[in-house]
Design a protein around this ligand. Structure first.
Ligand code: FAD
Length: 469
């Protein structure tokens, strides 16, 4: 064996001073040369920890080896055996906590850039033009209803369509993709890529019914009567607020509303698109996760002079991916750590003008293992702001449980489902993704979709042919 290469190839990205003025993708992706160099670092371990770290069990050494050999067509085929959304996962998965975490190279140097290689293959495939049409499987005569077209719903739909099921996906919004479409901004996940991956799922024979609110347009009960099985992947789209004075003022948003107006409603394309988003000059974002980073970076691109992350803990506790925090910092987002908003103050016309905050300090660790933030008495101060965006979390919308008798709901409004199978308390109804776990990740939603698809197939067919799932 030659010398081990511990240094990861960097991915080219737009310069921060340029990208902060546009919505184009920040990271530009590996060239074929960089991808081959990076993949050649793989040690081809006998027991690859990376595969265990992948919630959908992709044969990572298999596709990485093919990239190193320059056989990209075979590489993407291996990827797609386990993942219908590789261009999405290659961009937004927290690989550093999953497949890359257990890469042996990471013990002494940089772990293999598995996510970047996944992205490279998916983008390479897209450049080759539309993929060859797949031979549709023989229909098995059974029909499945899927509620929600996010990563969980799309994975169930693709897996079951490949096994010959007739699948219909019901989506409340006018575009498919869930958070991938309405939440994650264009500069991190271009919508053309999401559309391409949705089209791939449709190409497997899946029918998409948009503008269809299950629980209003038709209930889960009715779908359960009409179909052989129902999968609920309705996500966690109900935003939390701080519950402080002034949250009804104009200029006060939830991250959900702000990002939906910008992404799904194309606020960033005004005046080419006729649904604008009001430009604010000083924006405060409450929270420290990926959603908060996305909101602050969006605000800057929409023309804000200042975007602040107002976070009650310290930098070490920020839950956002390190790469996204770094991107936000480079772009000029200001971090106000150990700061708690306690009151929103408006002018005579009910527009937000100031935010009253209190300083915090860190005490003993709490249930989450992080040090608990404690208020410093008498430390109030004000930030002058004309917009605030609350990004402190979401829970599932109560519509489906309210309209589906017999569906057990947990304390946070989440549907209760068996972790291994996705079975709910209601016969014939499975669930998975954020609607069960609360706000989590794309790949965990896809993993839940995969397990539910396997369980649905085992239940309806007696378990034939689930090995590939
Ligand atoms: P969703 O993606 O929420 O999809 C649910 C779908 O169901 C939606 O389209 C919704 O409209 C539809 N629906 C809801 N109710 C109904 C109904 N009654 N009838 C019909 N349709 C319905 N994860 C990562 O891994 N990496 C990231 O970088 C990342 N960044 C994020 C950034 C933002 C701004 C947000 C909000 C989330 C981010 N996440 C990220 C989390 C990730 O996107 C979610 O965990 C994932 O999308 C959950 O998938 P899902 O299929 O369960 O639900």
């Amino acid at each position: 064996m030659g010398t081990i290469d511990y240094v990861r190839r960097p991915m080219p990205k737009q310069e921060h001073f340029e990208r902060v003025r546009n919505f184009d993708e920040v990271a530009l992706g590996y060239t074929a040369g960089l991808a081959r160099e990076e993949s050649s670092r793989c040690l081809r371990c006998k027991k690859p920890g990376c595969v265990d770290g992948c919630p959908v069990g992709i044969d990572i050494p298999g596709f990485v080896g093919l990239v190193a050999d320059g056989d990209f067509a075979a590489g993407i085929r291996i990827l797609k055996e386990k993942n219908a959304l590789p261009a999405v996962c290659g961009r937004v998965c927290p690989q550093e906590e999953q497949c890359e975490k257990d890469c042996i190279l990471g013990k002494k140097g940089d772990p293999l850039a598995i996510g970047r290689l996944e992205r490279f293959l998916a983008d390479w495939e897209a450049e080759q033009g539309p993929p060859p049409a797949r031979i549709p499987p023989t229909p098995n005569g059974r029909r499945i209803a899927v509620v929600g077209s996010g990563p969980a719903g799309l994975t169930v739909a693709a897996d079951l369509a490949l096994l010959g099921y007739g699948v219909t996906v019901y989506e409340a919004l006018h575009e498919a993709g869930g958070v991938l479409t309405y939440g994650i901004p264009e500069f991190r996940l271009p919508k053309g890529i999401v559309r391409r991956e949705v089209r791939y799922v449709e190409s497997l024979g899946v029918e998409l019914r948009l503008d269809f609110i299950v629980g209003k347009t038709r209930t889960v009960e009715r779908l359960a009567d009409e179909f052989d099985a129902v999968f609920v992947g309705a996500g966690a789209g109900l935003p939390w607020f701080l519950g402080i004075e002034g949250e009804n003022l104009n200029g006060v948003y939830s991250a959900n509303e702000y990002l939906t107006r910008c992404n799904l409603m194309r606020g960033y394309r005004f005046p080419a698109w006729d649904t604008p988003l009001k430009r604010a000059s000083r924006v405060a974002v409450f929270g420290g996760g990926n959603v908060a980073m996305d909101s602050a970076r969006t605000a800057l691109r929409l023309g804000a002079d200042e975007a602040h992350i107002v976070y009650r803990r310290s930098r070490e506790e920020l839950p956002a991916r390190a790469e996204e925090v770094e991107n936000a910092e480079e772009e000029g987002v200001i971090f106000d750590f150990l700061t708690l908003p306690v009151r929103l103050i408006g002018d005579g016309w009910n527009w937000l003008t100031e935010i009253e905050c209190r300083r915090m300090e860190l005490g003993e660790p709490d249930d989450s293992g992080r040090r608990r933030p404690v208020e410093v008495p008498g430390s109030e101060f004000r930030l002058s702001m004309d917009a605030s965006i609350c990004a402190i979390g979401n829970s599932p919308n109560p519509l489906i449980p309210m309209t589906t008798p017999g569906l057990e709901v947990g304390t946070k409004g989440n549907l209760v489902a068996d972790e291994a199978t996705g079975r709910t308390s209601r016969d014939g109804v499975w669930a998975g993704g954020d609607v069960v776990t609360g706000a989590a990740t794309v790949i965990s939603a896809m993993g839940a979709g995969r397990r539910a698809a396997r369980s649905i197939h085992e239940t309806l067919s007696g378990g034939e042919g689930t090995e590939g799932l």
